[in-house]
Design a protein around this ligand. Sequence first.
Ligand SMILES: Cc1cc2nc3c(=O)[nH]c(=O)nc-3n(C[C@H](O)[C@H](O)[C@H](O)COP(=O)(O)OP(=O)(O)OC[C@H]3O[C@@H](n4cnc5c(N)ncnc54)[C@H](O)[C@@H]3O)c2cc1C
Length: 471
Amino acid sequence: MTELSPELKNTYDLTVAGAGPMGLFTALTAAQKGLDVCIVDYKEEKNIGNKVCGDFMGESVIGFIKDNLNLDYSDIITNKLNHMDLYSPDGTVISMPSDGVMIDRHEFSQALLKDALKAGCTLYKSCICKEPVIENGYVCGVNIYDKDAEKSSVIFSNIVVDATGAAGILRKKVCDNESFDSSFIERDIKPEDMSRSYRQIIKLKNQLDNADTGKMILLPGPGGYYWVFPKYADTVNVGLGIAGNHKEENLKEMLEAIMAEDEIFNGSKIINEGSGVVSTKRAIYSPVGNGIMFGGDAAFQTNPLTGGGIGPSIGAGFMAATIAAEAIKNNDVSQESLWGYNRLYYDTDNELREEYKADLFDGGKHPGRDIIRILVQSLEDKQVDWAFKNYVNNSTVSKLISADSSLTFGEKAGIAIDVAQNPFLLKIGEVIPLMKEMNKAYENYPQTPDLFPAWKNEVDSIYAKVYNICG
Ligand SMILES: Cc1cc2nc3c(=O)[nH]c(=O)nc-3n(C[C@H](O)[C@H](O)[C@H](O)COP(=O)(O)OP(=O)(O)OC[C@H]3O[C@@H](n4cnc5c(N)ncnc54)[C@H](O)[C@@H]3O)c2cc1C
């Protein structure tokens, strides 16, 4: 347990900036590994975990926490979604099995916070992280402003973790600081690589017949999707996210126009509503520098196809804490020493990934999915409709996607005819191999920082080819 109060003590092994899933799970795991940890968040304690979200995550997150930290969070599950129906714009549906659950996000964060404090972490609530403290090329602390006390102070620590979500405040500030080598770190994100969202929690007049089924409608035009996820039998989480470069659209009006077409919303009541942003691109290539690590939304570690980031944040928090504990034990917090976090994050061949499935430990697969996201955003509605219909019929698109080398002559001829009638299929045919090339590149993620520049050039050149095809 930390014995000194935050007012008397300002030096820690680890400072975690931001108390979202990434920050809280990093802090909790690191404290369980014996590190002296503090968490800084600008929210009041009781508001930590209040965030506009779809509230959907893989159930394996709960199993992972139970197995690895011996904590049972199954109480935060409000509903299980056994099926997910994915619709194209004209209503063609692909139904998939799902192992997802709906959660009470506020309760989840409050439980993580309680356990982190129990494990000895110190909380600096209502405190804004302003900028990193940098000495001799190393991040060694954070300047904070306490909103309640109306005063600034400095927290020193061996390692700082930027878990400030989409704000990524420390990531941006280290890139702006000339005395820090940020050549491996990306400062900015393009608007089209982000999703602007509006979400409502709705109490329905009648119970749902299929409360175990989520619904998503692809909206290729504005580059996003609409979702309805049942939270309880009579309550749904409904929202819409579109690419950030579509600035002129009024999200609330768009959402309500789609909802007006669905009779389940007749006579319903809004319980909560709000907007948010999330990244839908690959994560930053290297989430470490001297004395600093980045994770969760601050490192764009979301699934590019869904914007899902809770599971990835929990996985990344575990990996960051594991590597931070080793680095502190070895008395070396250099970029090289922290590089193990990069390797773990992008390793697609580890036992954890095998056991807990994609949601938590899938970082190495996200860049390939990013390519699919770029492809889908470049298609027209009617092309996506065509692709859905033909995917359902197990025809050309599914074969192009699986890039099946054992196609018969007749099947190849069938593809040739389809492509002649639908030239956009050529685009799909060209992009899918690039996705595979990207997956391969991440299987060969550099083991040490000196190999990084050449690897980055290779990945950048794959992206250049993708943008060349998709525009
Ligand atoms: C509308 C919407 C719907 C989503 N739906 C889903 C979903 O259904 N499933 C899913 O898995 N993911 C979903 N996501 C994504 C998911 O919410 C994020 O990926 C996840 O919250 C990332 O966790 P994090 O800890 O990195 O960041 P956050 O949860 O954003 O936490 C960041 C924390 O940092 C604090 N902070 C920020 N700046 C500062 C500062 N300067 N000083 C101090 N504190 C600071 C904030 O108060 C916050 O507590 C959704 C996102 C949005 C916007």
